[in-house]
Design a protein around this ligand. Structure first.
Ligand SMILES: *[C@@H]1O[C@H](CO)[C@@H](O)[C@H](O)[C@H]1NC(C)=O
Ligand SMILES: *[C@@H]1O[C@H](CO)[C@@H](O)[C@H](O)[C@H]1NC(C)=O
Ligand SMILES: *[C@@H]1O[C@H](CO)[C@@H](O)[C@H](O)[C@H]1NC(C)=O
Ligand SMILES: *[C@@H]1O[C@H](CO)[C@@H](O)[C@H](O)[C@H]1NC(C)=O
Ligand SMILES: *[C@@H]1O[C@H](CO)[C@@H](O)[C@H](O)[C@H]1NC(C)=O
Length: 342
């Protein structure tokens, strides 16, 4: 009981710091993000409801690129009654944000959305009271080749275990609400992803995942702590069958959602998002679209007026991001090049 009290007090503290920080940030971005932050439900409400949508940035980067901004804005639009929490490693570094805010257009536009909350990601505190703590205190992050990914894999498990809610990668555009409480997303037959998943607080499946993470930790194998971990655990907990038609599978109280829900365009075809919109693609069977950003090494972006699928998705699902970062950015570019010509 005392331990629980202690835990919840420290959680409140973590969040208080986060929100204080946010207050500070909001008061710093004078013009861009008025009116100032007020939360009608307060901290307690955010913590208690267990229905947050969670995004994570494990690098020191503060300014979200357009796709990240779109992911967060689209979630805020679809889940208007739920808090969208964006955990950022860089926010635990107070020196970074003191520079001028005109260099943070996406951060400013997201801060101004009233159900979006930026929270510093403090891994040490986060992993306390979970199986991940022993691993975290032993690992030397500067020797880990894929630290940004591995630490993100760990953080998402701990956050959703502690608070409950839905975790999403920052390249997932939400298009309709997910009507599930405990779920994993299939990337293919018998293969789970860890790019989107949701659980009620303290679900034993995630606790088991954290134990398995530590037990079978091998950062040399790509995805071993990520999709492969989820797939491994699902096979231990359930006797998985192949999907029949478009239906989801159910195992205990966990839904295993059909690849169409989040991956209607499979990764070998990721470039289709950047091609001219084919109107036959209606995504009627999907809740959100994973854009496979890690495949995009050639740096494809949204080009205004290209009528690409992704441009249409931005216009419909993240109109502010489209206006400020796509239309506005081109304005800046032409102004800049105008200056250059002088
Ligand atoms: C804090 O941010 C600054 C500016 O980006 C960076 O140079 C510095 O290394 C960061 N400090 C820590 C402790 O991460
Ligand atoms: C604000 O930041 C931008 C981009 O970093 C920089 O070019 C500009 O000079 C800064 N403005 C002021 C007033 O410091
Ligand atoms: C972590 O690894 C780096 C690079 O190998 C090394 O310089 C550093 O001393 C190590 N830190 C600890 C705490 O062992
Ligand atoms: C879901 O199933 C697990 C394992 O069977 C159980 O411990 C947990 O309480 C269940 N949760 C709910 C909400 O039914
Ligand atoms: C998708 O849903 C919309 C509206 O519910 C409907 O008009 C359209 O025909 C559907 N498209 C397909 C391909 O099922």
């Amino acid at each position: 009981m005392l331990k629980e009290l202690h835990l919840s007090l420290s959680l409140v503290l973590v969040f208080a710091c986060g929100l204080l920080y946010q207050l500070t940030l909001r008061s710093q971005c004078f013009f861009a993000c008025l009116p100032p932050f007020t939360s009608p439900q307060g901290l307690e409400g955010l913590l208690r409801n267990g229905r947050s949508i969670v995004f994570i940035e494990t690098s020191e980067r503060l300014e979200p690129p357009p796709l990240v901004s779109c992911a967060v804005e689209s979630a805020a639009k679809i889940y208007q009654e739920q808090p969208i929490l964006f955990f950022m490693k860089g926010l635990s570094n107070a020196t970074q944000m003191t520079s001028n805010t005109s260099s943070y257009p996406a951060f400013s536009l997201l801060s101004a959305i009233n159900n979006v909350f930026f929270v510093p990601l403090d891994m040490k505190t986060l992993f306390e009271d979970t199986p991940l703590f022993s691993w975290y205190t032993k690992v030397n992050s500067s020797r880990e080749k894929h630290w940004l990914h591995v630490s993100s894999d760990a953080s998402r498990l701990a956050i959703i275990w502690k608070y409950g809610g839905v975790y999403m990668d920052t390249d997932v555009i939400s298009i309709r609400p997910i009507p599930e409480e405990n779920f994993l997303a299939a990337q293919g037959s018998q293969h789970s992803s860890n790019g989107v998943f949701g659980f009620l607080p303290h679900h034993p499946f995630l606790w088991a995942c954290m134990e398995n993470f530590v037990e079978h930790y091998n950062s040399g194998i790509w995805g071993n702590q990520g999709p492969k971990l989820m797939t491994r655990m699902l096979k231990i907990w359930c006797r998985l069958k192949d999907f029949q038609g478009l239906g989801d599978l159910k195992c205990l109280n966990i839904s295993f959602l059909h690849p169409q829900r989040f991956y209607p365009i499979p990764y070998p075809e990721w470039r289709r998002y950047y091609q001219v919109w084919d109107r036959d693609l209606s995504f009627n069977d999907s809740y959100a679209l994973h854009l496979w950003n890690f495949m995009n090494r050639e740096g494809k972006t949204v080009v205004r007026g290209s009528n690409s699928l992704v441009e249409n998705l931005y216009q419909k699902h993240c109109p502010k991001t489209y206006r400020v970062l796509i239309q506005g950015a081109e304005g800046t570019v032409s102004r800049k090049s105008g200056k250059g010509n002088r």
